[in-house]
Design a protein around this ligand. Structure first.
Ligand SMILES: C[C@@H](O)[C@H](N)C(=O)O
Ligand SMILES: C[C@@H](O)[C@H](N)C(=O)O
Lengths: 165, 165
């Protein structure tokens, strides 16, 4: 598959919420997301990794900025039932993504994206990938710099920048 | 958008590697993935969340089982340079995913998937989402049970099960 990184997208309308150190047992993810779904809040990225301590996990997700405080309220009220240790939340974030077909079979694309952001001193707070897209959560203030750096890194002349949604 | 969960896919050919507690500073993700890319190893899911301790992050990813020990070797040799604390690795995993258009705007779809797996006592080790797909990493031994449970949960009569790749 020829790699075609065809564009860069960004989204400044999201906020991130992370629940640290939840018990890594069946049912926890369902308990966390059910009340959020019941409130009709659209969740965008959901990511989970193991926590540093064995038997625990860290779960992070993004929601529209407009739903940030409502979601935070819901998560705070279920933190005890879920057994989470703490909540990290940040509204001043942006999601920058590169999109293209065939990216998956070229693992250098991800490394190139991370290097391009590193060269500009932009810290990556969250990463999530799919077959056609690699997304990084960064500080909102670096959005324009990140978009430009990614254009240069992937030789996209006429910036095909689309703001998501 | 009408939610259309059109199918369930699974992939038993992957292995997961997690690098715990890396410094959350620019350049670390690039240092981690560059040598893996240079070895032409195709990385599938990449996810990163913050670590429990402020200033650190946990990064996880999956590679084809056939590249598992080679990748582990590479990661072990760069662990010091990256400043990671430890590596978790597991070959006995499977990725189960639900796919469909319009999933993003229906946050109950994710909660339903997590509940369906919880009802069967299946623990979710990693989660990653995109606009058209929600993927969970589970123990390989539960693959068939998970696929059946997800079919039932989303009312998919004629199982449209596809094994990825
Ligand atoms: C942390 C959470 O995902 C848990 N492992 C579950 O299966 O629900
Ligand atoms: C952990 C790693 O992603 C780091 N934050 C970076 O920007 O590279």
């Amino acid at each position: 598959e020829r790699v075609v990184v065809s564009g860069v997208t960004y989204n400044k309308n999201e906020a991130k919420i992370e629940i640290m150190h939840v018990p890594d047992v069946p049912g926890i993810a369902a308990k966390l997301f059910k009340p959020i779904a019941d409130a009709n809040i659209v969740v965008d990225m959901i990511i989970q990794t193991s926590s540093t301590e064995k038997g625990f996990a860290d779960v992070a997700f993004t929601v529209p900025k407009s739903d940030f405080s409502k979601t935070l309220q819901i998560v705070k009220s279920s933190l005890k039932e879920i057994g989470g240790k703490e909540i990290n939340a940040d509204e001043n974030i942006a999601k920058v993504s590169i999109v293209g077909v065939g990216m998956r079979s070229h693992s250098s694309v991800a490394a190139q994206m991370f290097s391009a952001l590193a060269k500009e001193g932009i810290n990556i707070h969250m990463i999530s990938t799919s077959e056609i897209k690699i997304s990084c959560i960064i500080d909102a203030k670096y959005t324009e710099l990140a978009v430009r750096a990614l254009h240069d890194a992937f030789g996209l002349d006429k910036p095909e920048v689309t703001e998501e949604r």
